[in-house]
Design a binder for this molecule. Structure first.
Ligand SMILES: NC(=O)c1ccc[n+]([C@@H]2O[C@H](COP(=O)([O-])OP(=O)(O)OC[C@H]3O[C@@H](n4cnc5c(N)ncnc54)[C@H](O)[C@@H]3O)[C@@H](O)[C@H]2O)c1
Ligand SMILES: [Zn+2]
Length: 685
């Protein structure tokens, strides 16, 4: 090899070291992704290839060791034996060859945080995270509040086992929703799990539904086992290393099953041979689409404990197991545009819109580009030929840009509010922000008011979900909430969403589109117009929205409860063309059922009732009052010249109210009279 060429390769290797280490540091220490896993794995493979070609492995190479420090305030502890990574392949034939004539166990490669648990005398005494493989964090108190970790087990010897702490997709959606502060929300379940397990305060861990799935029994040595195991170990031809492998007949499968009898949840696995591997992989590929536990591939483990152990390890990998990464289906397509989607924090992220392609069985036409740095690294341009895939078979991503025209112009103004944008750099990541402090926050609040219970009452559109949808560019206006079906593909593949929640949401939206005017008037959020005022306005204007929106200040202030300030707010609201457009757009989506209320309302409009004495037909006076108000009337406490009727079942009573009414010539009516006026006497029962 010519020397110049070799030098260039070494230079490139150093560059790759830097990039991979920076990515690992972010990934493991801060649960942050500065590049996609696809990109990480590609750079890693490139480095491996260069090391092979040059025959040189530089000190500190990420292919040799993890190489980052564990930074946290939790107590740290060195692992007895280093916790290694796994060698990986994307090819089923490689798995088959690797397994040879051995029996294997194929399981999910779980995507959470690896934990080592130690039990002594039947008690959980220690839990440590994998950390950087050599040093982990002690999280014993946190593990004690995981959802499914046994605190006490029947086995009295020393038991050490490894497993993955995970948070299910369904729990992730719920928990993330409850986190108020948007900046504190988590990107994905792995992220949330890491944050939940590595808490200083385990009350928080306890609320996070962390599950532990065991995948490796490291050691089980016990007083009662020692003697018996000695024979069994000898029988199985195992080295007498003090462990009681003999108890498990030298089988990982037996270990798994035994762990279950001790109360552990064990990772779902299938027994395989080289011949049955392809089918088993296909079954997992099918199952992943609806599997609630996050996973990022499969792991193949030799069932034969002694054989697997005898294979030893490399500096980085054990040889008794190998990981299988999904060979992502990759399709070529054309980039049509970059959509800029803003979020409540002001962050504006690029989303790639491309010609639809089939990926893992669904049609995909958009993928998040995450931030400006990634967009620039890909040199994206309209019309470029790009390749796309679904990360872990679920989340659409751009793999590569084959034509790299780099012609995307970063918007100078925010797509939502028109405010000025700014590029900010944090650590190694450049992101675009809207600088208008009123921008998105307002929008989300107004959307969430419109979908709230007393307004349109759309179940399943929490503030957090709305934010995701707005950020993804699905919702710009009120009306967009009724066209979410246009984004079905993207919604179904969103974190914490699925086919089922999508269907529920669609049903809720459909139901909400049949509504009444009070809900709409309240929901559009004119300053000061709460539910009560919305009701008053609707009644006063006979449920005629056209009249209401064009009402003059005089007409408005004539309505009970509406003063000059609210009248102004109302008029200002409809003076804005933007608001008028938004409301018109909304009305076009709704069927407003105000007929019934309309006729009811007309009856008592402008009338004032006073109720005294006991009531019979209505459960109490409050209900009677509600019946009056529902029909546009008012109920007050004392009889005055403005009173229209006094309702009193004891017409002959000499109460002060009756006297006053008689003095003023105000009619005294019974409940039955009132019902007749309501036209409901026949419904009395
Ligand atoms: N995006 C980024 O910036 C970035 C940075 C660093 C790493 N990464 C990702 O992380 C990967 C490397 O991660 P790694 O080396 O920490 O782990 P790995 O991918 O090598 O996985 C090995 C680990 O998986 C765990 N595991 C889960 N389920 C298991 C099962 N059923 N059986 C056995 N073990 C199981 C074990 O802890 C094991 O140590 C890369 O391929 C890349 O995708 C991404
Ligand atoms: Zn903005």
């Amino acid at each position: 090899m010519d020397q110049k060429q070799n030098e260039d390769k070494i230079l490139r290797m150093k560059e790759l070291h830097r990039e991979l280490l920076a990515a690992s540091r972010a990934y493991y220490q801060e649960s942050r992704e500065i590049m996609s896993n696809f990109e990480y794995d590609r750079l890693y493979d490139e480095l491996l290839e260069l090391e092979k070609e040059t025959g040189t492995v530089l000190a500190g190479s990420p292919t040799q060791k993890v190489g980052y420090e564990v930074l946290s305030e939790l107590p740290k502890e060195a692992h007895e034996a280093p916790m290694l990574s796994l060698d990986k392949t994307k090819e089923v034939p490689v798995l088959q060859e690797w397994l040879g004539s051995q029996k294997g166990l194929l399981s999910w490669k779980l995507d959470g945080l690896t934990i080592v648990l130690t039990y002594e005398g039947g008690e959980l005494v220690k839990a440590v995270t994998r950390g950087n493989g050599e040093i982990g964090e002690v999280i014993t108190n946190n593990a004690k509040v995981f959802s499914n970790v046994p605190l006490r087990i029947p086995y009295q010897g020393q038991l050490i086992l490894r497993g993955e702490a995970i948070i299910k997709y369904s729990d992730f959606a719920r928990i993330n929703e409850e986190i108020e502060d948007v900046d504190a929300k988590y990107k994905n379940p792995r992220n949330l799990c890491s944050g939940s397990v590595r808490q200083l305060n385990n009350e928080i861990t306890a609320k996070r539904s962390v599950n532990f799935e065991a995948f490796m029994l490291v050691r089980a040595v016990g007083p009662e086992a020692a003697a018996a195991a000695g024979d069994a170990v000898a029988e199985a031809g195992l080295p007498d290393d003090g462990t009681d492998h003999g108890r498990f007949h030298n089988s990982r499968k037996e270990q798994f099953e035994w762990l279950k009898t001790q109360g552990f949840d064990v990772v779902e696995y299938k027994e395989v041979t080289a011949a049955t591997l392809p089918d088993a992989v296909a079954e997992f590929a099918e199952a992943i689409q609806s599997y609630d536990i996050p996973s990022d591939g499969l792991v193949l483990l030799m069932d034969d404990i002694a054989y697997g152990d005898a294979l030893g390890r490399t500096a980085k990998f054990p040889r008794n197991s190998i990981a299988f990464k999904w060979a992502d289906e990759i399709r070529e397509t054309t980039l049509r545009e970059i959509e800029w989607s803003a979020s409540r924090t002001g962050l504006i992220n690029p989303v790639a819109i491309f010609d639809p392609v089939e990926l893992e069985g669904t049609t995909v036409s958009r993928a998040s580009v995450h931030n400006i740095s990634i967009m620039e690294a890909l040199e994206l341009g309209v019309g470029d030929t790009i390749t796309v895939y679904k990360a872990n078979m679920i989340i659409p991503q751009i793999a590569e840009n084959l034509t790299r025209s780099g012609n995307i112009v970063i918007p100078k103004i925010c797509p939502v509010c028109g405010g000025e944008t700014q590029i900010r750099q944090m650590n190694d990541v450049k992101s675009l922000y809207c600088t208008n402090p009123d921008c998105q926050a307002k929008k989300i609040k107004s959307f969430s008011l419109l979908v709230s219970r007393d307004a349109l009452n759309i179940d399943g559109l929490s503030e957090a979900t709305l934010e995701k949808f707005i950020a993804a560019g699905f919702i710009h206006s009120y009306a967009d909430m009724f066209h979410l079906d246009r984004h079905k593909e993207a919604i179904v593949s969103m974190e914490g969403f699925g086919e089922k929640s999508y269907e529920n949401l669609m049903a809720a939206v459909k139901k909400a589109s049949n509504t009444n005017l009070v809900r709409v008037v309240y929901g559009i959020g004119v300053a000061g117009i709460g539910l009560a005022n919305a009701k008053m306005l609707c009644r006063a204007f006979g449920y005629d929205f056209e009249r209401m929106r064009h009402a003059t200040a005089e007409e408005l202030t004539a309505v009970d409860g509406i003063g000059a300030v609210l009248a102004d707010a109302w008029i200002d609201y409809f003076a804005s063309e933007k608001n008028r457009e938004a409301v018109d757009g909304l009305l076009a989506e709704l069927t407003i059922e105000n007929e019934a209320e309309n006729t009811e309302a007309a009856i008592f409009a402008g009338m004032t009732f006073v109720i005294t004495g006991s009531v019979e037909h209505f459960a109490n006076r409050k209900e009677l009052q509600a019946a009056i108000e529902a029909r546009g009337g008012k109920a007050t406490g004392s009889v005055t010249a403005k009173t229209t009727y006094l309702i009193n079942n004891d017409v002959t009573s000499n109460s002060s109210k009756n006297k006053k009414a008689k003095e003023l010539g105000i009619p005294i009516i019974s409940e039955q009279d009132f019902l007749s006026m309501m036209g409901e006497e026949n419904n009395a029962d």
